[in-house]
Design a protein around this ligand. Structure first.
Ligand code: TYM
Length: 326
């Protein structure tokens, strides 16, 4: 069976963009592929984190995975830092990755330009991501557009390593859904909806108050054209709302253009707001039932055991071909 893997960082409450770019895809693929879903806490510490917040967010993210519809019987779910082979392999891969390659990563350029004192971890972050993937012979990696370049780097690293040392790693492919590749900020729809955004009005988080969520959608920036059709370049606000509705309702954008052709913006936004509010209130109801349940630890223990065993085999093989140890 083909294998699919993705991870999300436990930094703050995840957004509708994270849900659409990664989780929604995993919900679909869990029925088709062997699925791995982890909590990327090691990636989270590439920027400064409050220790208590981080720990709280790790558990919270797991409860959100389940509340969104991730089935623990169909997914191997684990915390990245519970499995030391991720960072062990990452070091060996770093020694097979060029400084120039990492310098070209768009996310690094973007994040480092905002902070003079960025960590070395922020720079090597994509290599840890390659290790996350390459440890388990993964075929597909569902991500949003912002992570595509990192998955492509993982491919390049795998191909180069295999050329040098033999057929060790499976070469993974990124998976992106057309509508969900990049959900945009509601206030500035030319910008990605991002967890770290300063203006909260542009970002929908899965634990936001439901009335606030509706308000954010109703006041989303649009244009003055008053016609509803998809044109990301000239009508980014409307196109973004069409994308969101399309993914949630699983209706192609083309069909939606037809459905909404006689709507005004206000009625259209109300329908999108109701769809998002329904989805998220459902998630929240499940989340609050799960958050203090013992089942969370059981899932993480199981995931840790399974992935450690699998990762150890791959890591020992890598050590051997590289000539490390005795
Ligand atoms: P992270 O935590 O930044 O984001 C998690 C996932 O959400 C997607 N995403 C979006 N998709 C659509 N629209 C948006 N506005 C939007 N914002 C975020 C991201 O593309 C991502 O898929 N480095 C990764 C975590 C990671 C990982 C991995 C992923 C670590 N190791 C191995 C895949 C495979 C990250 O920081 O994602």
């Amino acid at each position: 069976m083909k294998k699919v893997l993705t991870g999300l960082q436990p930094t703050g409450v995840i957004t509708l963009g994270n849900y659409i770019g990664a989780i929604k895809q995993m919900i679909k693929y869990q029925n088709e592929y062997e699925s791995y879903l982890f909590i990327a806490d090691m990636h989270a510490i590439t920027i400064n984190q409050d220790k208590n917040e981080l720990r709280k967010n790790i558990k919270s993210l797991l409860a959100l995975y389940l509340a969104c519809g991730i089935d623990p019987n169909k997914n191997i779910i684990y915390i990245q830092s519970d499995n030391e082979y991720h960072t062990n392999l990452s070091w060996i891969l770093e020694c097979n990755t060029y400084f120039g390659e990492l310098s070209r990563m768009t996310q690094f350029k973007d994040k480092s330009s905002k902070n003079e004192n960025f960590s070395a971890g922020l720079f090597t972050y994509p290599v840890l991501m390659a290790a996350d993937i390459l440890l388990y012979d993964i075929d597909y990696v569902p991500v949003g557009l912002d992570q595509k370049q990192h998955v492509e780097l993982a491919r390049d690293i795998a191909i180069r390593f295999n050329k040098k040392y033999g057929d060790i790693f499976k070469v993974p492919e990124p998976l992106l859904t057309k509508e969900g590749t990049k959900i945009m900020d509601l206030v500035d729809p030319t910008k990605k909806m991002s967890k770290s955004s300063i203006n909260q009005k542009g970002v929908i988080r899965l634990l936001d108050n439901i009335d606030d969520i509706k308000k954010k959608i109703l006041s989303a920036t649009t244009d003055s054209d008053n016609k509803i059709y998809y044109d990301m370049e000239n009508k980014p606000g409307i196109s973004n709302l069409l994308n969101i509705y399309s993914v949630i309702k699983e209706i192609p954008v083309k069909e939606l253009e037809n459905k909404f052709k006689d709507y005004n913006y206000k009625d259209f936004k109300e329908e999108v707001a109701d769809a998002v509010a329904d989805l998220i209130s459902n998630i929240q109801e499940k989340y609050y039932r799960l958050i203090n349940s013992d089942i969370l630890n059981e899932i993480l223990d199981k995931g840790m055991d399974i992935t450690r065993k699998q990762a150890k085999i791959k890591y020992e093989k890598v050590k051997e071909v590289v000539g490390l140890g005795r």
